[in-house]
Write a protein that binds this ligand. Structure first.
Ligand code: ASP
Length: 317
């Protein structure tokens, strides 16, 4: 049986100098748990859609990552989460934006896809729909972490002092996502995020915008992380699918070129991408991206920075 799963835990990695051994072990353990959750579905012959959902649930539950528990704060010290799922074969899709309550926003997106006539629900309406579907809810304190709160204070202080020089977009980012190719060759993508630290309340990023931060069709599935506004303006995920379909480019060539071009336009970040042969590409244009992949051999590979892991990553990919 052949199958493949790739995940990311966001392009907003800690600077290498600030990464302790303990923290790195925590990030890698979280990534491995998510890979194994998704792999358990695929090795039983389960669908890619369920595999990406399970992988993202594991990442949302882990406060190391900016999605679900551990989401970043808006400029009003609240959480507003976005999530999306898409199934490649059926082109069914569901997403939520600006919610705080459902324990796993990816399940809210899945419910929109499977239990409503719609593709994207936002805010209070989305929450009422999720309650009606019986999804598990949490108080907003469940999503809080002192690290994310400190990051908000630093961002607000930076703005107050108008310190452009110290602006570090990567430090404000994070998102989680997964793409999978199941044993039947079907593809799916899921993405979930708290968005960007200090974002304006009401701001929606690329994650729930299909074709920008999340996409799946018959030829590829994409989940992105990075400066969402730029990913939306360049229709990043769909651009990769279009280059494959119309330009006959390989997944790796299309994904790497699009991520490099986004970087030139101020869109720091990266993405995970998979094609119908189970080939995976994990490009990013910033210092690092928490990421991982697993195939039918069941060996979970994880990476954080570009060096010195590039050689290992190439041989694994
Ligand atoms: N893309 C997300 C957003 O713009 C944030 C991120 O991935 O870092 O909301």
């Amino acid at each position: 049986m052949r199958f493949s799963l790739a995940i990311h835990g966001g392009a907003g990695t800690r600077p290498r100098e600030a990464m302790t051994g303990e923290a790195e072990a925590g990030f890698r353990a979280g990534l491995s748990r998510a890979l194994l959750s998704g792999c358990r579905v695929l090795e039983k012959g389960g669908p890619a859609l369920e595999a990406v959902t399970q992988a993202v649930i594991a990442l949302e539950d882990d406060p190391h990552f900016n999605a679900g528990r551990g989401s970043v704060y808006t400029s009003s010290s609240t959480h507003e989460m976005d999530a999306a799922v898409m199934d490649g074969a059926s082109r069914k899709a569901g997403a939520v934006a600006g919610i705080c309550g459902p324990r796993n926003p990816v399940l809210a997106a899945r419910a929109v896809m499977e239990k409503s006539e719609n593709v994207l629900l936002i805010g209070q309406g989305a929450m009422a729909f999720c309650r009606g579907q019986g999804l598990a809810f949490e108080e907003s304190a469940y999503f809080d972490t002192p690290e994310r709160f400190a990051a908000l204070q630093a961002e607000l202080e930076r703005r107050r002092l108008k310190r452009e020089d110290t602006r570090d977009d990567a430090a404000r980012h994070g998102t989680v996502g997964a793409v999978a190719c199941d044993a039947a060759g079907n593809l799916a993508a899921a993405t979930s995020t708290g968005g960007m630290t200090g974002k304006l309340p009401g701001r929606v990023g690329d994650c729930p915008v299909f074709g920008a931060g999340t996409w799946a069709d018959e030829s590829c599935a994409i989940s992105a992380t990075g400066h969402g506004e730029v990913f939306i303006r360049y229709a990043a995920a769909h651009e990769i699918a279009a280059r494959m379909r119309l330009g006959k480019q390989s997944l790796a060539k299309a994904a790497e070129a699009v991520v490099a071009e986004l970087g030139i336009q101020g869109g720091s970040g990266g993405l995970v991408a998979i094609d119908a042969a189970g080939e995976v590409a994990l490009p990013f244009n910033c210092a690092g991206m928490y990421r991982g992949r697993i195939g039918a051999d069941g060996i979970a590979w994880t990476g954080i920075y570009r060096e010195p892991l590039a050689a290992r990553e190439l041989s694994a990919a």
